[in-house]
Write a protein that binds this ligand. Structure first.
Ligand code: FES
Length: 91
């Protein structure tokens, strides 16, 4: 009911022939393992980066909080999103 009349984009809607900078950042920062959560994480991150060009760690955590990842411990996902926004990330 919440999506009635809304336009919905899925991960396939982001797919092109090449990886997006966000997808590349997930790979470079080891932000996925089994990949089960990755489509949801990428969609949440894409929505966040459309609203905030340089999100803080707290904003990223809030944006992905509806996605459960049993593999990564989340920190690499936060780093990948932050790096995709052009911000420096620590080791
Ligand atoms: Fe396995 Fe997130 S990478 S659940």
């Amino acid at each position: 009911a919440q999506a009635d009349g809304a336009e919905i984009t899925t991960i396939e809607g982001l797919a092109g022939e090449e990886q997006t900078p966000l997808q590349r950042s997930f790979s470079e920062h080891h932000a996925l393992q089994c990949g089960y959560c990755t489509p949801g994480m990428l969609m949440s991150a894409t929505a966040l980066l459309r609203e905030s060009a340089s999100p803080s760690d707290e904003e990223i955590a809030r944006a992905i909080q509806g996605n459960i990842c049993r593999c990564t411990g989340y920190w690499n996902i936060v780093k990948a999103i932050k790096a995709a926004s052009g911000q420096e990330v620590g080791e």
